[in-house]
Design a protein around this ligand. Structure first.
Ligand SMILES: Cc1cc2nc3c(=O)[nH]c(=O)nc-3n(C[C@H](O)[C@H](O)[C@H](O)COP(=O)(O)O)c2cc1C
Length: 412
């Protein structure tokens, strides 16, 4: 691994990103149980899913004694029109203060230094670092000037990072980092990286694709050495991202390209035991990972729609159990289908606490089922559908809603 020549001091409560293989930020696929599983299997750090600053601002922070988590919740924007008795708070962000201690990076979606700082302050005491998403190419992000749009407004991006460094990083002594994509030319990427490294950040991740590139296109690694070199000069840790399949490969690539570590997204979404080195036994069979995932999801009372979605990612589409699990309407049913007998009682309790009603499909589930039926009719084959969906995820499932087959994917 490359050694940095000029070192930015590591913040007291923050992280040293060097020598790390980390879980990438993933909307839906990076919720708490997925992060805890990645940590269990050997991820050194975990990024939470991008959370837009404006959705964090106005949240209430509470310790949840049932799950031992810290929950950030808020009333939905239409709540003032509802009777107080039916107003239900939405869970915006959930973290585990002990199991994620010193390992969690909160990724923020933002287009303004002021709102970025305001939102980051809300979580700063509970995380090891704040990361700015400057790579999401999806219109919901870019239309608001966030994500990959920030690559086109480098002065704004630099001002956001500088404000976070001064008002959050230095005050709470945590790391501030940024995740970017490659620009169209080497020169443009170089100028951007130089600018961002001057803001006081301690980490920079480069997703080795340009904004228009689709996830199925191979990552481009030619610019990595140059980016790593600039980061080294400035004492900023550089992580590489894009087509990294496991921890061994990440460490090898880091050596080959002179970067400080690697970030894994899709491979970890499919099987988070990719963070185990070959020496530690390598990739585990999906049944074992699914069992561990269910145990964790129940412990932290994960949203049912999100758990169901994750199962669709972790289970092979051709497995008989995949179809059976897809038809389940509750934690209890899924535990029975997967023969997780020792979890059934807990599952019943969790179903009750989360208000999961096996008899009643929620409106969102009905809508998702309908969408999935149409999508399946178009493709005709569930296994085939899953691989297609990984390329183009629908806004519906981005909100964590939906029945299991044909869960669409997002490429950020
Ligand atoms: C389901 C999914 C959700 C994602 N959400 C985010 C996100 O919230 N923030 C972000 O910066 N990137 C996001 N990404 C992009 C990944 O972090 C990563 O940059 C990309 O998938 C390339 O890495 P890979 O080749 O290992 O998959 C997402 C990717 C996937 C597959």
């Amino acid at each position: 691994m490359a050694s940095t020549s000029k070192r930015v001091p590591i913040p007291k409560n923050g992280v040293d990103y060097r020598g790390k293989v980390v879980l990438a930020p993933m909307v839906r696929s990076g919720e708490l149980p997925s992060r805890l599983l990645a940590l269990k299997y050997g991820a050194d750090l975990v990024w939470g899913p991008e959370t837009v600053d404006r959705s964090m601002i106005g949240t209430t922070k509470r310790f949840n004694p049932t799950t031992s988590t810290i929950d950030f919740t808020r009333l939905p924007s239409n709540s003032s029109r509802l009777q107080p008795s039916v107003q239900k708070e939405s869970l915006i962000y959930r973290l585990h203060p002990t199991r994620e201690h010193g390992k969690l990076i909160f990724q923020i979606g933002t287009a303004s230094p002021e709102t970025a700082v305001e939102a980051a302050k809300l979580v700063a005491e509970d995380v090891a670092g704040i990361d700015v998403n400057a790579g999401c190419p999806k219109p919901f992000s870019t239309t608001g000037g966030m994500g990959a749009a920030l690559l086109q407004t480098p002065d704004l991006l630099a001002s956001i990072l500088a404000a976070l460094v001064k008002e959050v990083g230095e005050v709470y002594e945590i790391g501030i980092s940024v995740k970017i994509r490659l620009l169209e030319t080497v020169e443009k990427t170089e100028a951007l990286v130089r600018k961002l490294c001057k803001t006081g950040i301690t980490g920079l991740t480069v997703h080795c694709r340009t904004t228009p590139m689709r996830p199925r296109e191979r990552a481009i690694r030619e610019q990595l050495r140059m980016i790593a070199e600039i980061c080294r000069e400035e004492g900023v840790a550089c992580l590489m991202n894009g087509d990294v399949t496991d921890k061994d490969e990440a460490l090898q690539l880091a050596q080959d390209y002179g970067v400080d570590g690697g970030m894994i997204a899709t491979a970890a979404e499919a099987n988070s035991s990719c963070f185990r080195t070959k020496e530690e036994g390598g990739l585990l069979p999906w049944r074992e990972v699914v069992t561990e995932y269910m145990k964790t999801a129940l412990e932290v009372e994960n949203k049912w729609g999100n758990t169901k979605f994750l199962l669709s990612q972790l289970m092979p589409g051709k497995a008989e159990l995949f179809r059976k699990a897809a038809a389940c309407m509750s934690y209890r049913q899924v535990c029975e289908v997967l023969e997780l007998r020792d979890m059934v009682d807990l599952a019943k309790d969790v179903d009750e606490r989360l208000g999961i009603n096996e008899q009643k499909e929620t409106k969102a589930m009905k809508k998702a089922k309908h969408q999935n039926k149409s999508a399946q009719a178009a493709v005709g084959n569930m296994g085939k559908q899953r691989s297609i969906d990984k390329e183009s995820r629908s806004p519906l499932s981005e909100r964590g809603v939906g029945a299991m087959p044909a869960m669409p994917a997002m490429a950020v």
